[in-house]
Ligand binder design. Structure first.
Ligand code: ADP
Ligand code: ZN
Length: 431
């Protein structure tokens, strides 16, 4: 099932021709903005010299810092009266950035989200409960408009207030939820703690996004909840959610190339990498009037999957996001992403739904301390059993990071639950 079959199954050749046409239009628009006017001048960029898609690499990158420098409206390409909405990023890595939309931009974004939802098998019969934060954060209103356009009944629940969420799910027979993976893990724990069988609920699908998580966490959520979980990727700079989404094959996220030109670069050198190699995702928004952005460095690490997908969609897929370039931890000289630690932890059935990584420096040595909740169903409080799990976790983690982490196993519900983007790492070394 498709939302817009012609565009979703367009031939690569036609898609590339469309991209080039839209790129030219986007470049015309950007060159009128104060920020890009200056950048293009300083870098002696002649936009008419961009004759093929490959030429995009002659254009300079745009960084998150550039957005901060041009705050509030240095990248806006339309008169103020044409703008109908603004959003802001969550500010996970510093001052948040602002994005503007015209009425057409909002409509196009909703259309893209509807496309994503249909790719997962959603229909107007679905009841969609949106457990992402509303307001400036794009996760709430972004999915909201798309789900309405598709014709679902939307419950704008926003995040938090878990017991009320469960009540809404039961009373209105919710079939799809949109939620961060960390909050979903908490939600399913609370459902069970309330004596409700998650398998007996009407929920069939979860859209999980807004933060990195491992395949093992997806599996855990699917098993505990008895649902299909789909990976959803987006960032406010590129509209918000809807940039890339999994289809029913759940094997990488289709990235909508009629809206975005996709590049993967070496984050250290800026060099464009061949398809399939892992690096930093760089996106050019070629479908936004208010704020077209050229070669935006997302800082998200992934790889392109150019192989055809059995669903028939021709738009390339991206692999699960490994983390952000600035998430990487260097522990005793070893590079490690929190998502790698999560993969190890979540593979243990005894491990529950929350964990925390704490880093300290003692006598010039890095120390890692991992607090891990046990899974309520398997937690019996047997000391010997706990020692055994601890040792197995230690061994598995040592194989990954070579240092010996201190493991602390906790009762379910001991760590602060996440209702939005989780904060998993506490790094005390730089304080
Ligand atoms: P901020 O950059 O301040 O967190 P956003 O709210 O726009 O602002 O969040 C976008 C970021 O969230 C992405 O760049 C990415 O790092 C992360 N993200 C979103 N969806 C996913 C996903 N499915 N998997 C991993 N990370 C994701
Ligand atoms: Zn597919």
């Amino acid at each position: 099932m498709y939302w817009n079959k012609d565009i979703e199954t367009i031939s690569r050749k036609d898609l590339e021709a469309l991209q080039l046409k839209k790129l030219h239009k986007a470049l015309q628009a950007t060159s009128t903005t104060p920020f890009y006017k200056k950048v293009f001048e300083e870098n002696h960029i002649n936009i008419d010299a961009i004759k093929t898609l490959e030429h995009i690499k002659d254009l300079p990158f745009t960084s998150k810092n550039d957005l901060r420098l041009s705050y509030p409206d240095g990248m806006v390409a339309v008169p103020r009266k044409e703008i109908v909405r603004m959003h802001a990023s969550s500010g996970t890595t510093g001052k948040s950035t602002v994005i503007f939309y015209t009425a057409k931009d909002i409509k196009d974004w909703a259309d893209l989200v509807a496309r994503c939802m249909v790719a997962t098998g959603a229909t107007p019969d679905d009841v969609f409960q949106n457990m992402m934060g509303y307001g400036l954060f794009t996760g709430g209103l972004g999915l909201h408009y798309g789900a309405e356009l598709l014709g679902c009944m939307v419950i704008p629940a926003a995040s938090g207030n878990t017991l009320r969420q469960i009540q809404l799910m039961q009373d209105f027979e919710t079939t799809i939820i949109h939620i961060t993976p960390s909050y979903c893990l908490h939600l399913v724990e609370v459902i069970r703690a309330e004596g409700i069988d998650p398998y007996a609920m009407t929920v069939k699908k979860a859209y999980l996004g807004a933060e990195p998580y491992s395949e093992a966490t997806r599996k855990k959520i699917e098993e505990q909840f008895g649902i299909d979980a789909y990976n959803s990727y987006g960032l406010s700079e590129m509209n918000g959610p809807g940039v890339a989404f999994e289809c029913t094959y759940k094997n990488g996220m289709h990235i909508w190339e009629d809206y975005y030109i996709v590049e993967i670069i070496n984050p250290d050198t800026g060099e464009v990498l061949p398809p399939g190699e892992e690096g930093e995702l760089v996106l050019t928004h070629i479908n936004r009037e208010a704020m077209p952005i050229i070669r935006y460095r997302t800082r998200d690490l992934t790889r392109l999957i150019p192989e055809p997908c059995p669903c028939g969609r021709t738009h390339y897929r991206i692999d699960r996001i490994k983390g952000r370039t600035d998430d990487m931890l260097i522990v005793s000289g070893v590079n490690v992403f929190p998502s790698q630690i999560e993969t190890v932890l979540m593979k243990f059935p005894e491990v529950g739904n929350n964990y925390q990584i704490i880093l300290d420096r003692e006598n010039n040595l890095d120390r890692m301390h991992i607090k891990v909740e046990l899974y309520s169903k398997l937690f019996h409080g047997d000391i010997k059993e706990i020692e055994r799990i601890k040792n197995r976790l230690k061994e598995a983690l040592k194989a990954l990071i070579t240092i010996n982490p201190r493991i602390e196993l906790l009762e379910p519900g001991s760590l602060p639950p996440s209702e939005g983007k989780a904060k998993r790492v506490i790094d005390n070394r730089t304080l």
